[in-house]
Design a protein around this ligand. Structure first.
Ligand SMILES: [Zn+2]
Length: 331
């Protein structure tokens, strides 16, 4: 029991270093870093992390064994989990819901912001957000999402109740092309929230578990609509460099054709250049952006976890964290 408890506590992402794993590596399975953003069907899970195997390899201390550990993203050195007489990955994991609230829902908000901003809907989105009434114990909003410096799990949980409605209202209208994008945005958000809501059930049957799996599959099917919001610093820097280069080309083109072009032709060419540059920047960001981060992958393990150990709320650390905050306030 002691070992099981110890392993359970140490299975939080914050304790990943205790497992001697690389950053951004799943502590359940050996999913490659470049596959973390892929949907994992229930019957296609990656091999489990096996600390007993890692101990054997570490004890062997040969060149081949070290290379094997390295290929599995495991550091050499002592870890107590290599001495627990079971497969550590098989033990229950705590606090998935908290990971979802402060992880995936936070990511989702940032992606939504990107969509709202690029489609000039941010002011409308913030206005609808702030107009949310204190209905059914919802807290009245005095600040937009980005004006709040820190969101806690409880606030995120409440936000999940009205987010879809706010987004849907904010994306009403627009061109046909925008409409196609907005539909995918709404489908994706609906799927992730459905996944989260079903995962919070206190008991399950085959139908609820099937709903969780379907929602996850649907989320992955539509998530590409947010790919530009995933562009990191490098992708943005590369896109900016490309933009500067294309703007320079446009200037040369404009100067070359200055005398021969009529005003209407110049106007058409300017619009054509603007659309071309915008398209090329989007393509550049898309090529360099991906969804390969740990929290999106961890969701693929939830249904199996519920199957084996029961509903997730019973493993929530929310109450303990609330007690910790209260203790801090009380000094
Ligand atoms: Zn995994």
């Amino acid at each position: 029991m002691f070992f099981a408890d110890a392993a359970l506590l140490a299975e939080c992402p914050e304790y990943r270093d205790l497992h001697q794993l690389d950053q951004h590596i799943c502590f359940w399975c050996e999913c490659p870093k470049n596959k973390l953003g892929d949907y994992v069907p229930p019957d296609k899970h990656h091999p489990r992390q096996d600390h007993n195997l890692y101990r054997t390899l570490a004890d062997a201390n040969t060149k081949v064994a070290k290379a094997e550990l390295s290929s599995r993203h495991v550091h050499q050195g002592f870890t107590m989990f290599q001495h627990i007489p079971c497969i550590v990955s098989d033990l229950p994991k705590p606090d998935h819901l908290h990971t979802m609230q402060i992880g995936m829902l936070d990511h989702l908000q940032k992606w939504i912001f990107h969509i709202m901003k690029t489609n000039e809907r941010l002011d409308k989105y913030n206005a609808i957000w702030l107009s949310m009434p204190a209905y059914h114990d919802l807290t009245p909003k005095t600040k937009s999402y980005e004006e709040v410096s820190h969101w806690n799990g409880k606030e995120m949980k409440e936000m999940s109740r009205y987010l879809l409605g706010v987004v849907t209202q904010s994306l009403r209208g627009g061109s046909h092309a925008q409409h196609l994008i907005f539909n995918r945005v709404i489908q994706c958000i609906r799927a992730l929230l459905k996944f989260y809501i079903f995962a919070r059930y206190k008991c399950h049957d085959d139908a609820t578990l099937s709903n969780i799996e379907d929602a996850l599959c649907c989320f992955h099917a539509f998530k590409d609509v947010f790919v530009l919001g995933r562009a990191g610093k490098n992708a943005k820097a590369k896109a900016n460099a490309l933009k500067a280069e294309l703007v320079k080309k446009r200037k040369v083109d404009k100067e070359t054709n200055a005398e021969s072009s009529t005003p209407s032709k110049k106007w058409r060419e300017m619009n054509s250049w603007r659309d071309y540059i915008s398209h090329e920047i989007d393509v550049s960001k898309e090529l360099d952006a991906d969804f390969n981060f740990l929290k999106i992958h961890l969701m693929s393990h939830w249904v199996e976890q519920i199957h084996r150990y029961g509903a997730l709320p019973q493993y929530s650390a929310e109450r303990h964290e609330q007690a910790h905050r209260t203790n801090l306030k009380d000094g």
